[in-house]
Design a protein around this ligand. Structure first.
Ligand SMILES: [Zn+2]
Length: 294
């Protein structure tokens, strides 16, 4: 096992961070704007969010590079800034972490559909390779492939990440199907855990889509299907529309109350996705501390 991962697991369970996107929105990011471009245009605000997570007790923070693959950036006319955005994202996060938290680089989906021929496997591989190389070169300590809805795309991202030799987290969204326990393409937690493990992911995860209660059984199923540690980052509940705005209503207290259930279901890394913020991290950290003392 990777040395850093071994060192982290010796201290597990660990708290990761909360959302970046919804936190940047409260600092002025508007709908349709590329959050990752703020690494260049509003670095102060991105760093402020990262620092807030470190101060709240995050053991690992993610970079603001979720959409910084060439295919997704092209949608914003920013393809030629790919390397720069990734580099700045890592530098900002490392500055905010100041040695107190590890910096894992966020790699999100391309936004293109393999199944419909919208993109080829080669194009995805090229885009993910370019991004992870830029992230590793800038000093990322791990790669967090997250919010993946297509297992085939997630596996290509894992393969690309293997080349840089950093610990790899592979995390998918499970919120589809009758029981809301499958990916958008119908993959079960068992299948995802097995295939991502075989592909070489070091940590298997689930994030976004569901709230924390919904991820307890998913966590248990992932944990039963792999010998790798489990990473869970739920949303602050399901999104609701209020006066034309998307809101997440789970409070930090309600969220943190479910953390012991996630730990008992086998999670080693716990954090939050959309709608969560530093207060969630602070309360999760407290909960983990008393859970460890129990
Ligand atoms: Zn999310």
């Amino acid at each position: 096992m990777n040395t850093l991962l071994e060192e982290l697991l010796a201290r597990a369970p660990l708290i990761t961070d909360g959302a970046l996107g919804t936190q940047l929105q409260t600092r002025g990011l508007v709908t349709g704007e590329c959050p990752d471009a703020w690494n260049l245009s509003r670095p102060d605000r991105v760093e402020e969010v990262a620092r807030a997570y470190v101060e709240a007790g995050s053991d690992i923070i993610l970079t603001n590079t979720f959409r910084a693959n060439r295919l997704a950036l092209a949608g914003y006319g920013l393809a030629d800034k790919t390397e720069e955005i990734n580099r700045a994202g890592v530098e900002l996060a490392r500055r905010a972490a100041a040695g107190q938290a590890k910096v894992f680089a966020s790699v999100g989906p391309s936004g293109k559909m393999l199944a419909t021929g919208d993109v080829s496997e080669e194009e995805l591989t090229t885009a993910f390779s370019e991004q992870v190389q830029a992230l590793a070169k800038a000093g990322a300590e791990g790669i967090a492939i997250e919010t993946m809805t297509d297992l085939a795309e997630a596996k290509l991202a894992v393969a690309a990440a293997r080349d840089v030799g950093l610990p790899i987290v592979a995390s998918m969204v499970f919120d589809s199907g009758r029981d809301r326990d499958r990916t958008m393409t119908g993959v079960t937690p068992e299948q995802a855990a097995q295939e991502l493990t075989a592909q070489g992911a070091d940590v298997i995860g689930a994030n976004c889509g569901l709230g924390i209660a919904g991820y307890v059984p998913i966590c248990r199923r992932l944990h039963a299907s792999t010998d790798r540690p489990i990473w869970i980052k739920p949303n602050a509940g399901l999104p609701e529309m209020v006066e034309g705005r998307v809101v997440y209503k789970t409070t930090p207290q309600e969220f943190a109350a479910f953390v012991p259930a996630l730990l008992e279901a086998g999670a080693s890394f716990v954090g939050g996705c959309c709608g969560t913020g530093p207060e969630f991290v602070r309360l999760m950290k407290e909960t983990v501390r008393s859970w460890k003392r129990r």
